[in-house]
Design a protein around this ligand. Structure first.
Ligand code: ADP
Ligand code: F6P
Length: 448
């Protein structure tokens, strides 16, 4: 069996492997359970610019996966990761061109770091390796490898949305970027919308490439095990005791403006205002670890959320009741699974999201006798597969409020029926089927 090479910007560190906050790391960890693999990417360390010719390579073997990493200099980290990937491509791909702050310098650093990745990876390649590049940080990596003479099959998967070409072309470098994607043997995206948008871009630029859809999922069986074990966990029981019989609403997201967090808080506020019978009788736990905290937009968002949670708690709270429990730290996955299982409703309200694994994790974690209700944004990639959730437009606070009221007053039989219709898809489209289908397509193209 050929060795699989995964390349991604972020390679989970040993501590992240227990609680990775981010869909890419979670899905790959669940998918990479067999076969020989090498996972290559950034070490998470930044070194002085002056040391760029002495960067250290990291190597660690954990079961079947060899982790291999390189350091980035401060300037590379800033231009490649913070500015171009997260300050330009991320907002653009999430349909927020207005938040993009473009500079040619950052673009140059982005391409240079992709070339650096290509040079370092090439040293470790064997002739029959299959390479699978992950996500927007590394769009041009395939081309950079081809320029070095690499002929191995190279697949690419985009974990985030791809916008309509009319929007994408506001990036000055868009056509160049699209052209570089010809290097890939297989190009994968999450949803039909993403494929339509990307393929339209290829047609408009006269590029012979075609994106195919490979929806991502979770490892539902292992998530169920964690959720069931979580019921007996001391910390899950602590949460349960603190509820004192009150229903729990849960939200779990990286602190990111694509997740619709201010909109969610406003929806919850509208719920407390319009349905006063729930005041003091419900608990909303929002777990939102800080992400990309050095990028300006993320800092502003954190301030806005701190302020909004504080305002809602000040306005509606009582001496024995806090309306929003708001935590900005990651939580270990087994606890998260136990918390989901306790929760009567989950609020997943992104303004735009590649797929959204939290929605699938919440469904997997439910107890079939007494399942909770998923409230899901129309704009999550998962929404077309999950029509039995309560689908909402996150821009409409009143719609979120209505959905919360409906979820908390829904009969047990309706909750069971909805959950029974949601569950099969979470088991049908998993991290394993995603990886298997992608690798089958890559092998098919290679031998065609
Ligand atoms: P994204 O990739 O944009 O972060 P997803 O919903 O697809 O969004 O994936 C997020 C993953 O990160 C999920 O597996 C989720 O459980 C995990 N995660 C999110 N927030 C936390 C948290 N506070 N603690 C631990 N894991 C988290
Ligand atoms: O899943 C989307 C994604 O952007 C991944 O590529 C990334 O690793 C994850 O979210 C978390 O973001 P970051 O690596 O910037 O912390």
């Amino acid at each position: 069996m050929a060795r699989l090479i995964i390349v991604s910007n972020r390679v989970p560190s040993s501590s992240d492997r227990q609680q990775p906050a981010g869909g890419l790391a979670v899905a790959l960890r669940d998918a990479l359970k067999q076969g020989e693999c090498l996972w290559f990417g950034w070490s998470g360390r930044q070194i002085d610019d002056a040391d760029k010719d002495n960067r250290k390579a990291g190597a660690e073997q954990v079961r079947n996966v060899a982790y291999s990493t390189i350091d980035l200099t401060h300037s590379e980290f800033d231009g490649f990761y913070q500015k171009y990937s997260n300050g330009i491509l991320w907002p653009l791909c999430h349909y927020r061109a207005g938040l993009m702050s473009y500079s040619r310098k950052d673009q140059e650093v982005y391409w240079e770091v992709n070339q650096l990745f290509a040079r370092e990876l090439k040293k470790q390649l064997r002739p029959d390796d299959i390479i699978w590049v992950q996500d927007y940080h590394l769009f041009p990596l395939g081309q950079a490898l081809r320029d070095l003479g690499v002929t191995n099959p190279i697949g690419f998967f985009l974990h985030i949305p791809f916008p309509p070409w009319s929007l994408m072309k506001s990036l000055p470098d868009a056509e160049h970027l699209m052209r570089s994607m010809q290097a890939y043997t297989v190009m994968g995206v999450q949803t039909e919308d993403d494929a339509r948008n990307m393929n339209d871009g290829f047609v408009q630029c006269n590029i012979a490439q075609k994106a195919q859809v490979f929806p991502i999922g979770i490892d539902p069986d292992s998530f169920v095990q964690q959720a069931e074990a979580g019921e007996h966990d001391f910390d899950v029981q602590r949460l349960q005791i603190s509820l004192r019989g009150r229903p729990l609403i849960i939200g779990v997201d990286r602190l990111d403006y694509s997740k619709g967090l201010p909109e969610r808080f406003h929806g919850y506020e509208a719920f407390l205002k319009r349905f006063p019978e729930h005041r003091g009788k419900v608990m909303y736990l929002q777990i939102t670890p800080v992400s990309r905290g050095n990028v300006e937009e993320y800092r502003l968002l954190k301030r806005q959320l701190d302020e909004t949670a504080g305002r809602i708690n000040g306005m509606y709270g009582d001496f024995d009741w806090t309306p929003i429990r708001y935590i900005t730290q990651p939580v270990p996955r087994h606890l998260l699974a136990g918390f989901y299982r306790l929760a009567d409703a989950a609020l997943v309200t992104p303004l735009r999201d590649g797929m959204n694994l939290v929605a699938k994790e919440y469904v997997a974690a439910q107890d079939e006798e007494d399942p909770g209700v998923l409230i899901l944004s129309h704009f999550a990639g998962a929404a077309p597969e999950m029509e039995d959730a309560l689908l909402v437009n996150p821009h409409d606070a009143d719609e979120i409020a209505d959905a919360l009221h409906k979820a908390l007053t829904m009969t047990q039989s309706e909750r069971q029926a909805r959950w029974g219709r949601l569950k099969p898809d979470v088991w049908r489209v998993t991290a394993q089927t995603w990886a298997r289908d992608f690798m089958t397509a890559l092998a098919g193209e290679t031998h065609a």
